[in-house]
Design a protein around this ligand. Structure first.
Ligand SMILES: C[S@@+](CC[C@H](N)C(=O)[O-])C[C@H]1O[C@@H](n2cnc3c(N)ncnc32)[C@H](O)[C@@H]1O
Length: 274
């Protein structure tokens, strides 16, 4: 690491503390399989206005002719269920399909569906996009598929192959991701950008919640983006790359717009027709 970068790290006291605490921990953390930290993260700090905005944007796609909805990587439904509640007119859904490989998050999403949408027929598939897309029969159809901050958590070969297969089964795809800076992994500029963004994220939480969010979510994410020894948990891109990768197998992108500012990077919504 260059001296300039070492000096830069002195500007990040929260990150430095969290990294020291992480170094003293014996075990690896599975960020979605043990989701207490992730769930605390998305319910605090800048995630509160972010999720409110995302749910309102999703709700605008639940038109009267949308009868079937697929949520890929739904997590605990923190974007989905407020969106269903926010639809301007009662939504016209006749079935909801959830695809989520993390069992604990899926259990929370199913409990929430039963509490908030008790009459909506539900299919809950505890698997990843790749396994789900690989076994779709010719009659499998949805009016709308959505994925909020989930595609970034899917390794690229599985993600792009899954989305290409999905095109024959879904009329419209709506995704929300972050328009991250276009920096080359491993460069000083990349590391400094990550450090700045994680410092800001840690500053949005306090006390025991900060420690939970740091050790159970943010630091494992940070190390996965930095350190070749730690398994990566997300693979992001600038927004134009998402457009290009979706257009390659034939998706027709009709909207690509920033919808919310956020500590990490602006969130964007991309809408594509099959
Ligand atoms: C950042 S969370 C987003 C969750 C939710 N969509 C939301 O907006 O709060 C990423 C989600 O992607 C899920 N995920 C990880 N690998 C996946 C895969 N191969 N297929 C589908 N979802 C996956 C994770 O379990 C997690 O729930």
């Amino acid at each position: 690491m260059s001296t300039a970068l070492q000096d830069t790290f002195l500007d990040f006291p929260l990150l430095t503390t969290a990294l020291r605490q992480c170094a003293a921990r014996p075990e690896d953390t599975q960020v979605y399989a043990s989701p207490a930290a992730f769930e605390a993260f998305i319910r605090g700090g800048g995630n509160v206005p972010l999720y409110e905005c995302v749910s309102v944007e999703l709700a605008s796609h639940y038109a009267p002719d949308v009868h079937s909805l697929l949520d890929i990587g739904c997590g605990d439904g923190h974007a989905l269920f407020p969106a269903l509640a926010a639809a301007a007119h009662p939504h016209a859904l006749e079935r909801l399909t959830l695809v989520e490989p993390a069992s604990a998050l899926m259990a929370s999403a199913v409990a929430r569906a039963q509490a908030e949408q008790p009459t909506l027929p539900l299919q809950a598939l505890n698997e990843g996009l790749g396994a789900f897309a690989a076994k779709l029969g010719p009659d499998a159809r949805w009016d709308l598929a959505q994925a909020t901050f989930a595609l970034q958590a899917i390794p690229e070969p599985e993600r792009w192959a899954g989305l290409a297969r999905l095109r024959a089964h879904v009329k419209r795809l709506v995704i929300v991701e972050f328009d991250i800076p276009d920096l080359q992994r491993g460069t000083d500029a990349y590391v400094a950008s990550l450090a700045q963004r994680y410092e800001r994220a840690l500053g949005e939480y306090e006390g025991a919640t900060r420690e939970l969010v740091a050790q159970g979510f943010l630091i494992p994410m940070f190390l996965g983006q930095l350190d070749a020894q730690t398994a990566a948990t997300n693979w992001e891109h600038p927004a134009p790359v998402w457009r290009e990768k979706l257009e390659a197998p034939g998706w027709r992108v009709t909207r690509l717009a920033h919808i919310s500012d956020y500590f990490w990077a602006p969130a964007f919504m991309l809408v594509a027709e099959a």
